[in-house]
Design a protein. Sequence first.
Length: 69
Amino acid sequence: GLAGASVWWLPPYSPELNPIEKLWSKVKSWLRRAAGDTLEALTLAAGDAFGAVGPDECANYFRACGYET
């Protein structure tokens, strides 16, 4: 089961309506600032970037795209 999760069908090819695009924007910005010159540094920075995004921020991404959470 989904353990209380909801499934939301999102329109394809509409980045302004797709919350994941807001997440990718944040992660890419984080990586530009934090990533070093090695694959290991990039991998660690990616883990930090994704780890810094919490449930409230994810809900904000949905609200910013016009979805009620």
